[in-house]
Design a protein around this ligand. Sequence first.
Ligand code: FPP
Length: 216
Amino acid sequence: MLGHIGFIMDGNGRWATARDLPRTEGYKEGLNALKRVLNECAVHGIKVVSVYAFSTENNGRPSQEIEAIFKVVTEFNRSYDGDMKILYMGDIDSLPDYVAESVYFIEQKTAQNSGLTLNIALNYGARADIVRACKLAFDHADFTDSAIESRLASASLPPLDAVVRTGGEKRLSNFMLYESAYSELIFLDKLWPDMTENDVDAIVNEFESRIRKFGR
Ligand code: FPP
């Protein structure tokens, strides 16, 4: 049963460029695709969806593009009114105030919601998260797997069953590296804004066809 799925939403800029639109338009369309994907994930009974919205490495992009991503995320946070529970992981306090405030606002507003949990990685890097968790475990002189795992940003979430990357690249790019140790990896050539409900159905079928051995 697919309980927790992660999406690396790649290909937004290319989608826009292919239509002679500014790359920033790709992020707006990327949010529409995310809404379609989330609805279909809920139909399949998936409880948690983690998405990679902005990596710490993305800070090296042109400021116009960074601001476009922040704008899409902030507007979503300010306007979301559904039944999902929305969480963020990453270095939120280092983001511009208007972004960070919108993050804390929506986390608080949806904290008691009973729908699907949407976990958004924003200003996030898995290596930094692992190092932070190790330091905390070290402070307690506790060096077990569970001591580290319980201090990751994803500690409250169920195991990450699958990671899907769109856009044709086949790598994890510093997304949930600890959590994906036994995740099924699915790579799609499709650009993220082109994702439809049918693609989610195909992903669920693909996941169910895989035999998971967890090293045994
Ligand atoms: C990589 O694609 C994707 C990003 C850097 C950000 C994606 C963010 C969104 C779609 C907004 C989601 C909104 C919320 C509220 C979570 P890219 O544009 O770098 O792809 P490309 O350059 O390879 O085409």
